[in-house]
Write a new protein. Structure first.
Length: 317
């Protein structure tokens, strides 16, 4: 069984296709560069073009496994598994080289659609960081040279957080605290992981933050694809002439198709429920009990009562 880290994505081919297309758009280097400039201190003073140039190769999209049934390490892959969960993949993986190629930093970028998946997102981010660190053994460093460990970042793009959070960016990292002074503060020795959370709500105050505005534009559910592309090009300086413009078009088209299908299914489902209510009420008029009605309609008593309850709630509105 294969499971995307975007747990909110159901077993729905069209929904999965939209999810994958969002990752393709998010992995565009000019977009990643702007995310890094706002959230990663090692590149904060670099120009966007310099950050783009520092991203080595093409980001891996949904192809680098995190967990499998038997743990294994292959090159710079981040791969491991769990017997119960099946194969799980990082959304986007890449690394950068800065400081004239002397410093290598590993990144994982995740698109999280469910803000409350049953656990804290930041805790999950720490697990990803831990895995990116442990997978470096005998790849980036060996057990005699721990100082060669590379720093890792797990960056979470969280959609639709609650109102009390709205648009927000938080950084979680390690800091030294002296209980008894004396040990030198060698930051480079322990500053090895960070979790970044970027919360997006395009229907709330953007707080005059350029990155928030940019990401809310890219993934807007209110703007047309023409408006999105115009703002990305004019306001944020991201060219639309290359393949990125086509990827944005495809993402918007898939989103529109999915919304239209959802509306159609909702209407069909409403008609089905209305039909069932009519049949139930007809049985009731003839004096049949819940049990007798359920048997005649080939449904459970629980379904019958839940259907009537929904009908009553709708009538109260």
């Amino acid at each position: 069984m294969q499971t995307s880290f975007a747990h909110s994505i159901e077993d729905d081919p069209q929904k999965r296709q939209l999810d994958e297309q969002c990752k393709i758009v998010l992995s565009h280097k000019p977009l990643l560069a702007r995310i890094l400039k706002r959230t990663v201190e090692e590149v904060a003073n670099m120009e966007i073009d310099e950050i783009i140039a520092s991203i080595e190769g093409s980001p891996s999209i949904g192809s680098v496994p995190f967990l499998e049934e038997e743990e294994r390490i292959e090159g710079s892959n981040t791969e491991s598994t769990s017997r119960n969960e099946g194969t799980i993949y990082y959304d986007i993986r890449f690394y950068i080289l800065v400081n004239e190629g002397k410093t290598k930093i590993l990144f994982d970028v995740e698109a999280q659609k469910n803000y409350y998946p049953g656990y804290k997102i930041v805790t999950r981010g720490l697990v990803y960081c831990a895995r990116m660190i442990s997978s470096q053994i005998n790849q980036e460093f060996d057990l005699k040279h721990y100082d060669n460990l590379k720093k890792v970042y797990s960056i979470w793009i969280c959609f639709n957080p609650p109102d009390y959070i709205g648009n927000a960016i938080s950084r979680y990292h390690i800091q030294k605290e002296d209980l008894l002074t004396g040990i030198p503060d060698e930051k480079e020795a322990y500053d090895k992981l960070e979790v970044i959370m970027i919360c997006l709500r395009d229907d709330m105050d953007q707080k005059d933050d350029e990155l928030i505005g940019l990401l809310n534009t890219v993934f807007s559910s209110e703007k047309s694809k023409e408006e999105i592309k115009e703002e990305l090009s004019g306001q944020y300086g991201i060219p639309m002439e290359d393949s990125f413009g086509k990827e944005v078009d495809l993402m918007c088209n898939l989103s529109e198709m999915y919304e239209e299908r959802g509306m159609k299914r909702g209407m069909e489902r409403g008609m089905e429920i209305g039909e069932l209510v009519g049949k139930i009420m007809m049985c009731k008029e003839f004096g049949f009990s819940d049990e007798e009605t359920a048997e005649k309609l080939n449904i459970s008593v629980k379904t019958l009562r839940e259907t009537l309850k929904k009908r009553d709630l709708q009538l109260q509105r």
